[in-house]
Design a protein around this ligand. Structure first.
Ligand code: ATP
Ligand code: MG
Length: 246
């Protein structure tokens, strides 16, 4: 069946330079925190940046940003509110604290609706916080958002990395660009993930250490910007991998 919304999506995303989907085969590895912090770091560097939370059933980036009380304006579409200069969109603006269990087809429908109605305007970067794993939403982002580059997050655990290996194999089969892999919550000097990523011929973008001060900083952007998590993203990831922002 023809869905007229799909033909609008390309027009809506036309003035966006690069889309970075923060993804992982595994849950709980720090995708939402990293996606939020990356979007803030890019904003701080002077890039026009958006953050789109598409973990529709379990959104969390509003907790990181302290953004639950914002709401989009409506004017021939949805205008994302700005927080710290960052354009931000999440289904949480519409569902609040309600639980919304959604089957795969319904999740796809929400994605298409939000892509067709959100007016991002002119952006250098749109960062997408993905749900965990290889779900309908991952396949839909690949299908509908043609300029997506994947940035993959893992922890040092072999269990997390095995799911990431599968995800990377899928992305490679589908010929989707992969920016590289971040190793988050590092606690020792093991180089297992780095070696495995390199042996797959992909880029190891660097590591972020476990930061015990992070939890206290959630919800307050000024405090978040002062955490070691944030400075590692700025100094150990962005400064050392200029291709992310090129
Ligand atoms: N480097 C770190 N140091 C300390 N805590 C961290 C670090 N990275 C993430 N966390 C914490 O780990 C938890 C999981 O992070 P987050 O929710 O961002 O993961 P996720 O991959 O998005 O999870 P999900 O798959 O459920 O969406 C959060 O409580 C977060 O604050
Ligand atoms: Mg998440």
């Amino acid at each position: 069946m023809y869905d007229p919304r799909i033909s609008i999506i390309e027009k809506r995303l036309k003035k966006i330079g690069k889309v970075i989907a923060v993804s992982s085969g595994k849950g709980g590895v720090g995708k939402s925190l990293f996606a939020s912090a990356l979007a803030l770091a890019l904003t701080k560097k002077g890039f026009r940046t958006g953050l789109f939370d598409i973990d529709f059933t379990s959104p969390t980036t509003h907790i990181v940003l302290g953004a639950a009380n914002l709401s989009p304006r409506e004017s021939k579409g949805l205008i994302p509110p700005k927080i710290y200069g960052l354009k931000y969109m999440s289904l949480v603006f519409y569902i609040g604290n309600r639980s919304i269990p959604l089957r795969g087809a319904d999740l796809s429908n929400v994605l298409v609706e939000m892509l067709a109605t959100t007016l991002w305007g002119n952006l250098n970067f749109l960062v997408i916080d993905m749900p965990p794993g290889m779900s309908d939403l991952l396949l839909d982002v690949i299908k509908y958002v043609s300029k997506t580059h994947f940035l993959i997050v893992t922890t040092p655990s072999k269990m997390a990395f095995e799911t990431v290996r599968r995800l990377m194999n899928l992305l490679r089969d589908l010929k989707v660009p992969i920016l590289g892999v971040i190793e988050n919550m590092k606690m020792d000097d093991s180089n297992y993930v780095e070696r495995e990523v390199k042996s797959l011929g992909e880029k190891f973008l660097g590591e972020i250490h476990f930061d015990s001060g992070l939890e206290k900083a959630l919800g307050d952007i000024k405090s978040l910007l002062k955490t070691s998590f944030m400075s590692e993203i700025e100094e150990a990831i962005l400064a050392k991998n200029p291709e992310i922002t090129s």
